[in-house]
Design a protein around this ligand. Structure first.
Ligand code: 9MR
Length: 351
């Protein structure tokens, strides 16, 4: 009787030991095949936009984020209306939480964004300011925000989306109130506030040559001639199955910025599948190939070492509320299961 009991105990403890070993190896295998682990081995940054709420509330969100990525961009938490809600008050609660999370897990942070025409507080959009006042507001904003995160943000999107699709400068509160000079001033102030952060101009729809990308190129060339501190250009890469530049065209565009001595980063990639043709699984496969191709371009071009996606789980993407249609533009599904796009990125990173 005693022996029988002992045997049962042995069998039970052996099974527990085996189960724990399997789990441990499984965990180890997973961390050795994460995007993050593979990217780090080749000095690449694989990043994602991060939202404050799920980061606070969802353990799974935090877990996948820290396991798979080595860079984050706060999706909204550093925008003007969030960090500077009143003229004389700044609020870094959300941004600080994201930056703290990143620093605890050794993730780089892209700061987004200092000068934009959207997500501005009403005290600013409804106020009346002279050019000098508006300049003082912008200078104070840039000094305070960049200064607050000094040495903790590796790259800033200093200016976001300043051009129209036809290549003209966008009519914004900054252009109207200060004039074209606002672009140059923003970069100079950002450099003064943190001399070590890389400074970017960030664009959508300028991934390949065309009116917008060409205008950006010429403008940046002019800035450089005048000694304005600018280190790189962000290609946002919000694309869809039936609306995507070829990898070769993106590579060409990257190369001409390389000739200006500029870095290029893919900063906000997502791939809509709602307008594609074929079954869902065919569309997810086509999506995977687009993700893979763009990562490949960035891996190959010497002036690109960063690909950031605009979120990582379909549970938290800006696309459905923006287009009004269901979609699945990211690399994990709504339940955090990896999609074909995830495996494609793993595959490209394993080459
Ligand atoms: O993803 C962001 C979404 O949550 C906001 O509502 C939206 C407001 O304009 O901004 C989205 O992010 C944008 C980014 O800051 C700049 N490039 C385009 C992105 C998608 O609109």
């Amino acid at each position: 009787m005693r022996w029988g009991k002992l045997l049962r105990l042995k069998v039970v403890s052996l099974s527990i030991f085996t189960a724990l070993t399997v789990l441990w190896w499984g965990h180890l295998a997973l961390s050795f095949t994460s995007l993050r682990w593979l990217a780090q081995r080749q000095d690449l940054y694989i990043g994602t936009a991060v939202q404050f709420r799920p980061l606070q509330r969802q353990p799974m969100y935090r877990q996948v984020l820290a396991r798979e990525f080595n860079m984050v961009t706060p999706e909204n938490a550093m925008k003007f209306e969030v960090v500077h809600p009143e003229r004389d008050r700044y609020d870094f609660t959300q941004a600080d939480a994201i930056v703290q999370f990143a620093s605890d897990r050794d993730l780089q942070v892209r700061g987004h964004t200092l000068v934009w025409h959207r997500q501005l507080p009403s005290w600013l959009t409804e106020g009346e300011f002279t050019p000098e006042e508006l300049k003082a507001i912008l200078r104070d904003h840039i000094y305070t925000v960049v200064g607050h995160f000094r040495d903790r943000v590796s790259a800033w999107d200093v200016v976001n989306e300043a051009f129209n699709d036809d290549g003209t400068l966008r009519d914004t509160i900054w252009l109207r109130g200060i004039g074209e000079e606002y672009l140059e001033l923003a970069f100079r102030w950002a450099r003064e506030a943190d001399p070590t952060a890389r400074l970017f101009y960030n664009n959508y729809g300028g991934e390949m040559a065309g009116k917008k990308a060409d205008a950006t190129y010429e403008f940046i060339q002019k800035l450089e001639d005048r000694g304005v501190p600018i280190d790189g250009v962000g290609l946002q890469m919000h694309v869809g199955l039936n609306n995507v530049p070829t990898a070769a065209a993106v590579a060409d565009n990257m190369r001409r910025f390389d000739e200006l001595g500029l870095e290029v980063q893919i900063t906000e990639m997502d791939v809509q599948i709602q307008n594609g043709t074929g079954t869902e699984s065919e569309r997810l496969q086509a999506q995977a190939e687009i993700y893979g191709e763009m990562l490949r371009v960035c891996q190959v071009e010497p002036n690109c070492n960063t690909l950031v996606m605009w979120g990582f789980t379909d549970a938290h993407s800006w696309i459905p509320s923006f287009t009004g249609n269901d979609d699945a533009p990211l690399i994990f599904d709504e339940s955090y299961r990896p999609k074909p796009a995830y495996y494609e990125l793993l595959e490209v990173l394993s080459r």
